[in-house]
Design a protein around this ligand. Sequence first.
Ligand SMILES: Cc1cc2nc3c(=O)[nH]c(=O)nc-3n(C[C@H](O)[C@H](O)[C@H](O)COP(=O)(O)O)c2cc1C
Length: 190
Amino acid sequence: MSANTSVPIHPILAERKSPRSLDESVKLTSEEITALLEAARWAPSANNLQPWRFFVGQRGDATFTNILESLRPFNQNWSKRASLLVLVAGATKNEDGTDNNSYTYDCALAVSQLSIEAHSRGYVAHQMAGFEKELAIQNLSINSALAPVVVVAIGKQAGVEQLDEATAQRELAPRVRKPLDEIVLKGLPN
Ligand SMILES: Cc1cc2nc3c(=O)[nH]c(=O)nc-3n(C[C@H](O)[C@H](O)[C@H](O)COP(=O)(O)O)c2cc1C
């Protein structure tokens, strides 16, 4: 179901969503996986520092299992059916050793581009902050110069029958947002 927008926006933005019902039989091709990472790679970042780093697990491989284990139980329950689990970590320091205060912002932009690329190819991308960062660091041997930011589950949407009742209801509910006049504090056109 497309978002209820006040004026038309790009269909991918209107139709993008974060479902939890995923088809566990689907495997992405190497070309598709590369395209998702390429889309992320071309995101803008402060001073073009590109602080994002990606750990890409395909269902069935060790990286997937390592990322899955770090997720909170609710997220594990549905995202175990993802085709890919991607953990995004950010370099927390600039080259001169000072703090990079925008690494989380930059990582989010990269994930946004990855997400749009996934949706444009008929897949869905669902971001998760619900994971144990220390466990992810340990499982993936993440370098201390990096901080885990988010995990993204990518796959093909499937029917809600696979979900428990409460999660299925959330999946079927319309996507909602605050109205523009609540979030645009000055300058909203009439
Ligand atoms: C930073 C971030 C963290 C999120 N963490 C979780 C999570 O841990 N588990 C989950 O099921 N969904 C998670 N979500 C998905 C949001 O709940 C979802 O994007 C939001 O409800 C809006 O729905 P939509 O993406 O379908 O428009 C997260 C989304 C973002 C951007």
